[in-house]
Design a protein around this ligand. Structure first.
Ligand SMILES: [Ca+2]
Ligand SMILES: [Ca+2]
Ligand SMILES: [Ca+2]
Ligand SMILES: [Ca+2]
Length: 434
């Protein structure tokens, strides 16, 4: 029954995943915005490519606006070809204008789509053309144009731009006969939108996934790169808590972490809202392991050049990684996690052995003990405990006594007679008589 319910729930979930719209990853963001309310010309480059009626070109005016108080008018700069008075005095375009205003949008590569939106106000005649052009830095292309005659109030327009777009230009061309006839064109609310469907790349550089660290203070570092809109901000979260907005920083010092395992999430968000998430686990262990040497006993004499060391050790939190053994001031020898080790070729004399234990976080502890090695068979401490030496000394002494006895210098008395009878039996005394 329960299995059936689980199966039904899974089927419903699968159905919901098919029917529900998948979340859109693509995001649209503004690459460039201009309301003509600030400093002029700002980033714009302005000019007139037809100087036969003088230089007449774009500038900012308060005469008309779509948003705010100002807009850009194609004949704001320059003088009337008939009167020599400023165009702005009667708000009339001049003849023979080829006025442009141009802006560098920067590197827009890596985006999935680009578009332009604007609002314009126009009153123009036959032969006048208002157009939008873009360039990749090499070639200019007209992407939108409005040939005269037109007369209308503020009107929105929108056009896609090639992905290679780098420069944007508004151009207003007037016929040679159109001095004073029309008001021309105004532009406001210019916006270039980019669509970035590519999430950033993201890598947590430290701490390392599944590794232990021996400090409660951990430096989290990451690397994130985005194509398209660029990184908006990075967020960091420890153990599923609150996301902390790190802006464009690339590291965070997390202090006072508890011992044990932790979960780390780093999220990078680009300006179009695309996200990249990376999660790792790491551990904190600041508790050193413990170790006790069991053998050989402290101060003991070892009668072999092979010395077996035994110990017992333990570690809380991360566990033991390995041991190291050192004889006197010699090099450390790494020993995998076992609890004994045989030192071979140990020379006679007083020796000190040190054993170090290291846990997975790199915390270490060590202990040492002294012992003596004596492999001399003649030495009382040696392997035969001096038995050979005693035997040699005794045999030598006996031989000397017998020699002295024979030469009459020592009388070994009755005990000697008995020994002689028993062990040194010779022919009968006075054998000459027979
Ligand atoms: Ca002029
Ligand atoms: Ca404006
Ligand atoms: Ca992106
Ligand atoms: Ca530990």
């Amino acid at each position: 029954m329960r299995a059936l319910a689980v199966l039904l729930a899974l089927c419903l979930l699968a159905l919901a995943m098919i029917l529900l719209p998948q979340p859109a990853h693509a995001g649209t963001f503004a690459v460039f915005q201009e309301r003509f309310e600030g400093d002029w010309p700002g980033p714009w480059l302005v000019g007139d490519d037809n100087l036969s009626a003088g230089a007449d070109y774009w500038g900012v005016t308060t005469h008309r606006d779509s948003q705010g108080q100002k807009s850009a008018w194609a004949a704001q700069e320059g003088t009337n070809n008939k009167t020599g008075l400023p165009n702005a005095l009667n708000h009339r375009q001049d003849d023979s204008m080829d006025a442009y205003m141009r802006v560098d949008l920067g590197d827009l590569s890596g985006n999935n789509a680009l578009s332009l939106s604007l609002e314009y106000w126009i009153e123009s005649g036959s032969g006048d053309v208002f157009s939008v052009r873009v360039s990749d830095g090499q070639t200019w292309t007209t992407v939108w144009s409005l040939p005269g005659p037109v007369a209308q109030g503020w009107t929105p327009a929108e056009t896609p731009l090639p992905l290679s777009t780098r420069f944007l230009e508004f151009r207003y061309l007037t016929a040679a006969s159109h001095v004073d006839e029309y008001e021309g064109v105004y532009v406001d609310r210019v916006e270039v939108l980019a669509e970035d469907a590519n999430p950033p790349s993201l890598a947590i550089l430290s701490p390392i996934h599944d590794q232990w660290t021996g400090s409660k203070d951990v430096v989290v570092t990451w690397e994130t790169v985005d194509t398209g809109s660029g990184i908006a901000f990075v967020e960091v979260r420890i153990d599923g808590g609150f996301w902390v907005n790190m802006g464009l920083a690339t590291s965070l010092l997390v202090q006072g972490l508890a011992e044990g395992l932790h979960a780390l999430d780093v999220r990078s968000v680009d300006k179009a809202g695309n996200q990249a998430l990376q999660s790792i686990d790491f551990g904190v262990d600041v508790t050193s392991p413990s170790i006790v040497l069991l053998g050989p006993p402290e101060g003991s004499v070892v009668t072999s050049s092979s010395v077996e060391l035994t110990w017992t050790a333990g570690d809380s939190v991360s566990g033991i990684a390995y041991y190291e053994v050192r004889l006197d001031s010699g090099p450390w020898m790494r020993v995998e996690p076992v609890d004994s080790f045989v030192l071979t070729g140990v020379a006679d004399g007083s020796r000190r052995v040190t054993v170090r234990v290291v846990d997975l976080a790199g915390n270490g502890a060590e202990t040492s003990l002294a012992f003596r090695v004596n492999t001399n068979p003649l030495h009382p401490e040696g392997p035969a405990h001096g038995a050979l030496l005693y035997a040699l000394v005794t045999a030598g002494a006996l031989g000397l006594l017998v020699l002295l006895h024979r030469k009459g210098k020592v009388d070994l008395g009755k005990p000697w007679s008995r020994i002689k009878t028993l062990f040194l039996r010779r022919g009968p005394k006075g054998g000459k008589s027979s």
